[in-house]
Design a protein around this ligand. Structure first.
Ligand code: FAD
Length: 288
């Protein structure tokens, strides 16, 4: 089913993300985790795409498995900055073969010390979106950044670029993780004012590993509120306690978002079925 049709329903939606393995050795364990998450019956699951494209078959295979064996709606990510147009055409062909109709179209991070973007190939996600639209009847999602993309000079410019991207044919947006809901509310106000009307799914990261998240927030410029930092300082060295606190923090964020009219929640579940299950359990009556 196309995600844009799921998002037309009045009720709130929840989706979970998994990432494919880097090598075949880990394929079975990722597949197991993805299957466990699928059994929670989220509205859809998204499967990320290795930036270099070398593991693109894993993305397609996991998405296909979840869809055909577990009857789960899937969203396959696809990045373009390290790809040629031929490679993108090839992946789109495989997605069509597997009847996968939802794609999250991304530029991908520009690898350090290389000559990308490839000459004459892709520079921005909007170019990939134009290509996808010309090659099939896909439902297309794209990324957005409530605190601004790290390369953008300012938020105004980033929102202008976002409008160009959405106008290229985006059906819905998913946000980068954020830990302070007021940042999302102000972003939503700004993009609506800029004429961006597509549904926006709020990307929520249940933090279980403090070191990892601090590094990733440093790189992406994501703000960590004092309330979150106190939790991380207190429980960061106790993995079990941090997992419990991270799930509770994410749950509170989600409840506040739903209470304030946000309908779509996307959880960065990072191949952790127990985290996805705890969140579903915490929201069981709220999502019903
Ligand atoms: P774009 O929309 O192309 O934007 C990139 C930058 O270029 C921005 O600063 C933007 O303001 C600017 N820009 C855009 N268009 C123009 C223009 N016409 N002129 C001038 N400037 C412009 N990475 C992966 O490798 N694999 C994944 O599976 C993956 N999944 C993700 C899922 C989500 C929900 C999010 C938020 C990110 C994901 N990423 C993934 C990371 C993403 O690839 C990076 O954040 C990347 O740096 C930007 O990708 P984009 O599609 O947002 O790029």
């Amino acid at each position: 089913m196309k995600i844009r049709d799921i998002l037309k329903e009045e009720r709130p939606t929840i989706s979970f993300e998994v990432f494919p393995p880097k090598t075949m050795d880990n394929y079975a364990s990722v597949e197991r985790a993805a299957t466990e998450i699928a059994k929670l019956h989220p509205d859809f699951m998204s499967i990320t795409y290795g930036a270099g494209g070398g593991t693109s078959d894993y993305t397609v295979n996991i998405a296909s498995d979840l869809m055909h064996r577990y009857d789960t709606n899937v969203l396959a990510h696809l990045t373009c900055v390290s790809s040629t147009r031929e490679k993108v055409k090839d992946v789109l062909g495989k997605l069509k073969e597997q009847k996968i109709e939802n794609i999250l179209a991304l530029r991908g991070d520009i690898p350090a010390n290389t000559d990308t973007p490839l000459p004459g190939q892709y520079h921005y996600a909007s170019e990939l979106i134009e290509d996808i639209k010309s090659q099939g009847d896909f439902c297309i999602g794209a990324a957005c950044y409530p605190e601004g993309h790290v390369e953008a000079a300012n938020q105004k410019e980033d929102i202008r670029n976002l409008k160009t991207k959405v106008d290229a044919g985006v059906d819905f947006l998913t946000t980068q993780m954020f830990f302070d809901n007021s940042i999302l509310y102000s972003f939503l106000y700004r993009i609506r004012e800029a004429g961006i009307t597509v549904p926006v799914l709020a990307g929520i990261m249940p933090v279980t590993n403090v070191k990892q998240i601090k590094r990733s927030c440093d790189l992406s410029g994501t703000y960590l509120p004092t309330r979150f930092k106190s939790i991380a300082d207190k429980f960061g060295n106790n993995p079990a306690a941090m997992k419990q606190a991270g799930i509770a923090y994410a749950t509170e964020q989600i409840i506040d978002l739903l209470a304030n009219g946000v309908k779509g929640i996307h959880v960065y579940s990072m191949n952790k079925p127990e985290v996805a299950a705890a969140i579903m359990n915490n929201l069981s009556d709220i999502l019903r």
